[in-house]
Unconditional design. Structure first.
Length: 93
């Protein structure tokens, strides 16, 4: 079974899990669903949902998609059902 086919709560979406400062910047939400697609569009959608704090946190966070670190500046297509973890710097860096 393809985990991308069943991981998201809704078809065509990506599950974004927020930790620490990212969660605080998103008013305490720990999970946000966004449409699958290019990583830069996904990051922009997240930032637009909780301006301006989440945008600031996203700019310094590490993004991990299904266990693989992503480069937010690299054109990456995020498939439906993927899970992205937003990991802000911890303990000073």
């Amino acid at each position: 079974m393809d985990r991308h086919a069943s991981a998201g709560a809704h078809p065509g979406t990506v599950t974004v899990r927020l930790f620490a400062a990212a969660r605080a910047a998103a008013s305490g939400l720990d999970v946000i669903e966004v449409p699958a697609g290019p990583l830069d569009a996904l990051v922009a959608e997240l930032a637009a949902k909780h301006p301006p704090r989440l945008a600031e946190v996203l700019s310094i966070s590490t993004l991990v998609c299904d266990g693989v670190r992503l480069d937010a500046e690299c054109p990456t297509e995020v498939p439906p059902g993927a899970v992205i973890d937003v990991l802000p710097p911890f303990a000073g860096g």
